[in-house]
Design a protein around this ligand. Structure first.
Ligand code: AMP
Length: 137
């Protein structure tokens, strides 16, 4: 039997969470293990796995809710800014779409989002760009 979804349980109220944003299609609540205090997760109420699964009619609302939360961590918590991210499948520990809004302040010491960098060989960037343009239609 499939494991019950913890974020669906939060949406229905079966599991506890500190809800910060309650909208007909979306719910925002505190991450139980925050990167920094005030770290919010925004989820669609409907169970969806990843960002590509989000129906078109919910895209604007989802981003608008993320904007409101990113503003709230500044206005409400005094953060200077935020880091906004979605793990899709890889590094995604809860298989229900969720957008992280992590409050950020200069000098807060966050090191976890420094990614290794690479370089393109001659002509390689053009080929990657071409493949992406084709895929984007
Ligand atoms: P990710 O690794 O991107 O899938 O993020 C999943 C996040 O969900 C992690 O930051 C967890 O701390 C958080 N999380 C897991 N279970 C709960 C829960 N019951 N309530 C609030 N946050 C949770």
């Amino acid at each position: 039997m499939a494991k019950p979804c913890v974020f669906c349980a939060i949406v229905t109220g079966e599991a506890e969470a500190h809800v910060v944003l309650d909208e007909p299609a979306f719910l925002g609540f505190l991450d139980v293990r925050p990167v920094f205090k005030g770290h919010v997760l925004l989820v669609p109420r409907t169970h969806l796995g990843t960002l590509p699964d989000l129906p078109a009619e919910h895209r604007d609302g989802f981003l608008a809710a993320a904007q409101r939360i990113a503003t709230a961590v500044k206005d409400g918590l005094g953060a200077q800014g935020s880091f906004v991210a979605i793990n899709n499948t890889v590094s995604q520990s809860v298989p229900h779409l969720h957008l992280h809004v992590v409050p950020r302040t200069k000098g807060d010491g966050l090191r976890g989002f420094f990614w290794p960098r690479t370089t393109y060989a001659d002509g390689e960037a053009a080929s990657y760009a071409e493949r992406l343009r084709e895929a984007l239609g």
